[in-house]
Design a binder for this molecule. Structure first.
Ligand code: PRX
Length: 706
């Protein structure tokens, strides 16, 4: 990826100096240190660069292999790394069967429905084994799927989701879960991209006290996939309430089947786990990038599972007796790695919650923690901000005690971090701020909780066996302690790294490796740094502070939204001539999206048109992408070559200085847009707080990457 150094943008991200107050270290409580899985500093030595890549044997040895592997890392076809080559294993066996001998009746999953009067489901390893086997039998026999086929799930936070994932994994079927909050169209596109003939969905689920009709989305998904030239053969429909159908849409004869009915012949059937090569794909997880099309990140079986097991042990500090609760959604990578695969590979008890953390009131999260005896808690800054806003004093009212807490998904402000530490953690818990991405399988940057002090707002150094570096635009190392930002990269492959973008190997190489590759013919991993797409600064102690994306991706509440995806959604409307998405700083969600729209001649701005644009985004992507504001403007500020200057409208939305506009083709439009947008915002009381230096830099350089 090459940065366009046009006259409009002369200061590349990598050369921006970022100033902030260095935070003090906070040391983990001694009680935590005494029991930490990684309590012995010798672990740092075992995972030092001189022991790389063999150090990862320690992670792989947490698993049960059918055939042990012979080569730790095969670099013969860079950057398509292969881990634990020659090894064979089954992910479902590792997460379920192997725990039966000792922990048959231990809770594997505890599912908490959103409606508080509904019963919590405790699913033991024995029960999970039974459910996974039955669903695997159905996938194989009724749905006709076999190893290497893809199956798409469009499921919310219900226990059927991990059951379905583990059932697919049992047969070597590659699962592709689409976040339940995504629209039917978004699911349809992912179905077509992965060529999944089978879609697994549910009739309905609860969100904020409402039973949402989810099956309707399956019909849209099938239609969209069909429009893209791909036909879904079977839709398997779970039911949120056994025996009743919670959707308004009819079941389509010959295509739609209630799981409860078609699973009957498979009751109590056992399905042998298929022994899969370590490098066979386990699942796809789609994420947004700089172009319109979502990327299907393909994760491996052996490398991925080893990595999530190892990081769950040492960074989540999961012990067999812990009750672990990650509040992420399994529809995102965090849920795959740190609700399902990591904790279950370790035989832990993993809690799942169906709904909104503050439903029906701001104490809900802490009531669940108290009632279930949760002692490890994992969530995102956006949720922490929301919990603080709605119930700053709630945690103190409940008798729970966390030994460990995680934050993930976006930068956390030191002030929010301190509330998390003091109020949620009651000063008793070690916190890890884990930096990583859908592409990475597991953590990349974090403190090792028993051995390294915490620093609010910084994720910490690279994790065990992962060696990050900050490069400037020319590939020169930006030294630690220089105060300068650059592009954070990882110098070496690690077992959790995704294998490719499904069906797009060239895009994979171009997006993640081309920028800093030293020699395309080299088979030495040292010549292939991984480009993460985040700006970062490294302090003199080696800790990284992540600043955010350097590409056209907006991180809303920890979820990546591509500007191109948002813009193409708007362009589905016949009235829209041009669309531009920009981020605005948002107190709760970190960033929110604002859309700027220019209409075709003959159409006029109206509140209805604004709503139509917002709805188009909900229909194409999902409610999470709904813009905070839609601004219909007479024209976009453009360069003389016709490029929309997103950084200028982003500055207007955020009340930042628009900078030099004299080189624009239409500088006069900037004044008009500012009057319109800022005038309305002031009237609504929607004026942001003063931005920090790094936020200002982010806004001022937005859209700079081509
Ligand atoms: O910008 C970084 C931000 O989230 C992006 C990855 O998003 P996604 O693939 O959806 O995965 C989120 C959960 C793994 C990154 O490129 N990000 C993630 N974690 C952090 C973060 N930014 C700052 N601090 C973090 N701890």
């Amino acid at each position: 990826m090459v940065v366009e150094k046009s006259a409009d943008f002369e200061v590349p991200e990598a050369q921006i100096a970022v100033h902030w107050r260095e935070e003090e270290y906070i040391y983990p409580p001694s009680k935590f240190i005494a029991q930490a899985n990684a309590g012995d500093p010798a672990i740092m030595k075992r995972f030092s660069e001189s022991n790389y890549p063999e150090c990862f044997k320690e992670y792989a040895d947490l698993l049960t292999w059918d055939h042990y592997w012979h080569t730790t890392l095969d670099t013969s076809n860079p950057p398509f790394w292969k881990w634990f080559v020659g090894g064979r294993l089954n992910a479902s066996y590792n997460c379920v069967d192997r725990h039966l001998a000792k922990n048959r009746n231990k809770a594997a999953l505890i599912w908490v429905p959103e409606i508080e009067t509904e019963a919590t489901q405790v699913i033991t390893y024995q029960e999970l084994h039974r459910r996974v086997n039955e669903f695997a039998a159905l996938l194989s026999d009724f749905a006709g799927l076999k190893a290497g086929d893809r199956v798409t799930f469009h499921l919310p936070m219900v226990p059927e989701l991990p059951v379905a994932m583990l059932a697919a994994a049992r047969l070597g079927i590659i699962h592709s879960e689409v976040f339940g909050g995504f629209s039917g169209n978004a699911a349809g596109e992912r179905i077509a991209d992965a060529s999944s003939h089978v879609l697994v969905t549910i009739d309905s689920y609860y969100r904020n006290g409402q039973l949402l009709d989810h099956k309707a989305k399956a019909d849209e998904a099938v239609l969209r996939a069909h429009d893209l030239g791909f036909d879904v053969e079977k839709v398997l429909v779970f039911q949120r309430h056994a025996g009743s159908y919670g959707s308004q849409t009819p079941m389509v004869a010959g295509r739609d089947f209630f799981v409860d009915e078609v699973i009957k012949p498979y009751r109590d059937q056992l399905v042998e786990p298929v022994s899969m090569p370590a490098e066979s794909p386990l699942f796809l997880m789609y994420t947004s990038g700089s172009t319109g099309k979502p990327k299907g990140c393909q994760h491996s079986t052996g490398g991925y599972l080893s990595y999530v097991a190892g990081t769950s042990k040492f960074y989540q500090d999961i012990h067999p007796e812990d009750t672990y609760w990650c509040m992420a959604d399994i529809g995102w990578i965090t849920g795959h790695s740190y609700i399902v695969y990591g904790p279950l590979a370790l035989g832990a008890t993993s809690v799942m919650y169906e709904g909104v953390p503050t439903y029906p009131d701001a104490g809900r999260t802490w009531r669940i923690a108290e009632r279930l005896g949760v002692n490890i808690f994992h969530t995102a800054p956006t949720t922490i901000r929301m919990l603080r806003k709605l119930g700053p004093d709630e945690p103190a009212k409940y008798d729970y005690h966390f030994k460990h807490m995680t934050t993930v998904g976006e930068p956390i402000e030191p002030d929010v971090w301190r509330w998390y530490y003091n109020v949620v953690g009651k000063g008793e818990a070690a916190i890890v701020d884990t930096w990583w991405q859908t592409e990475n399988g597991g953590f990349l940057g974090s403190t090792l909780p028993g051995l390294q002090p915490m620093k609010p707002g910084s994720c910490g150094p690279g994790v065990l066996g992962v060696f990050p570096v900050v490069y400037d635009e020319d590939g020169k190392v930006v030294p630690a302690g220089s105060g300068r930002a650059g592009n954070i990269c990882i110098r070496n492959p690690w077992p959790g790294i995704f294998q490719t973008i499904w069906g797009e190997p060239e895009r994979f190489v171009k997006t993640y490796y081309e920028k800093y590759n030293r020699d395309p013919n080299s088979h030495d991993w040292r010549d292939w740094p991984y480009f993460a797409g985040d700006g970062a600064v490294q302090a003199s102690d080696g800790y990284f502070r992540i600043l955010g994306r350097v590409d056209d991706v907006i991180n809303v509440a920890g979820h990546r939204l591509g500007t191109k995806e948002l813009e193409s959604a708007c362009l589905t409307l016949p009235e829209v001539a041009e669309a531009a998405a920009v981020p605005v700083i948002d107190e709760l969600r970190g960033r929110a999206v604002e859309m700027y729209i220019a209409l075709k001649t003959g159409f006029t701005a109206s509140a209805e048109m604004e709503e139509k644009v917002a709805l188009a985004i909900e229909t194409e992507i999902g409610r999470i992408a709904r813009p905070k504001n839609v601004w219909i403007v007479a024209d976009m500020p453009k360069t003389r070559s016709g490029k929309i200057m997103r950084r200028i409208i982003a500055s207007i939305s955020n009340f930042a200085d628009v900078g030099d506009i004299t080189t624009l083709a239409n500088p006069e439009i900037v004044h008009d847009i500012r009057m319109h947008v800022q005038g309305e915002k002031v009237a609504k009381g929607d004026v942001p707080r003063e931005l920090t230096n790094s936020e200002l830099e982010e806004i001022k350089s937005f859209g700079a990457e081509s």
